[in-house]
Design a protein. Structure first.
Ligand SMILES: Nc1ncnc2c1ncn2[C@@H]1O[C@H](COP(=O)(O)OP(=O)(O)OP(=O)(O)O)[C@@H](O)[C@H]1O
Length: 308
């Protein structure tokens, strides 16, 4: 069964510009993206920084307003609802954020951080709430007695587990994991990824997994959608995308994965150079006069459209 269907989603952010510094332009952060996500599946959205991945996650939760398109979750068209009307659906859709250092309120104890969603949606007694928090701490592999500690008393990986526990308390159907391991040490990344897979089986979760590391995405996802400058340029079964990439940007992503085998390393470096050249020829407007690629987040000129 299809749990989430995104249909021709557009999110254009107004930006200030022009002589009078009024809002005159838009950044087409997401520009006509469609894909669907089946129950129990993990769908990976991959793409370079600024390609619009997080914007899709935020639009699903109505944290930002979409410009046009449809987002259908569990048979309900979310695009019709206001931020307030989304409340019942927020139980079913939770988000895990990229940075475990800034996504947890440093002034709140872990018990309050994890219990916050419960307090918004359920009326539990103090005892029930405590039991629930301890249960979820245990589920994410943390000591239940640590519920009275503050976030700074935990490591990055442990903090991400606290964020995961918070996301799980309302028993969601869909979890949007926005680069959940990119801020973590490589040694901790694998632990958290495997742990997310275990939770998926236990809680029958569906993941929309956002990332830019194709190695991680391949490990986690059944299907991959490759985002490029606000558009979905390629989509397919993970292995197929990996074995036979079609779009030049997907080829670049795959060529960027480090090669451990010393014999194949030289081959890969050559391939990387060849693809870089092909890319530059296809998109000369994305490079400066020295052949350096522009940073998408800082210029975004290619996203701009004049206001009608
Ligand atoms: N609130 C905002 N106002 C204006 N522009 C924004 C806003 N948020 C994002 N953008 C722009 O929209 C584009 C897409 O941003 P987004 O954060 O969705 O990309 P991303 O692929 O998730 O990047 P990253 O991997 O770095 O998180 C970028 O050009 C960004 O600068």
């Amino acid at each position: 069964m299809v749990l989430l269907k995104i249909d021709d989603l557009k999110v254009h952010y107004p930006i200030r510009g022009g002589v009078f510094k009024t809002i005159s332009d838009y950044i087409r952060a997401v520009d006509g993206v469609s894909f669907e996500l089946k129950e129990g599946e993990t769908y990976g959205l991959v793409g370079e920084s600024g390609s619009g991945k997080s914007t899709i996650g935020k639009a699903i939760l109505k944290l930002i307003n979409m410009t046009s398109g449809r987002i259908v979750f569990n048979g309900q068209d979310l695009s019709k609802f206001s931020f307030g009307q989304m409340k019942p659906f927020r139980q079913d859709i939770q988000m895990i954020f990229q940075d475990p250092y800034s996504s947890l309120n440093p002034r709140k104890r872990v018990a309050d951080i994890i219990a916050e969603p419960l307090r918004n949606y359920q009326c539990l007694t103090v005892g029930e709430e405590k039991k629930c928090v301890q249960n979820y701490l245990d589920k994410v592999g943390l000591n239940p007695d640590s519920m009275y500690k503050y976030p700074h008393e935990f490591s990055g990986g442990q903090r991400q587990r606290i964020g995961i526990a918070r996301a799980l308390t309302l028993k969601p159907k869909l979890i949007i994991a926005d680069e959940p391991v990119s801020a973590l040490d490589v040694s901790v990344q694998a632990q958290v990824l495997n742990f997310l897979q275990d939770l998926q089986k236990e809680f029958k979760l569906t993941y929309l997994f956002i990332g830019h590391d194709l190695g991680v995405i391949r490990h986690m996802c059944d299907k991959i959608g490759v985002m490029y400058r606000g558009r979905l340029v390629e989509e397919g079964i993970s292995e197929e995308i990996y074995e036979n990439p079609q779009h030049i940007y997907t080829k670049r992503l795959i060529a960027a994965i480090p090669e451990l085998n010393p014999e194949r390393r030289a081959q890969k470096t050559e391939l990387r150079k060849k693809i870089a050249k092909e890319y530059e020829q296809l998109y000369p407007e994305y490079f400066d006069e020295h052949g350096r690629a522009y940073d998408l987040k800082s210029i975004s000129n290619t996203h701009r459209v004049a206001m009608p």
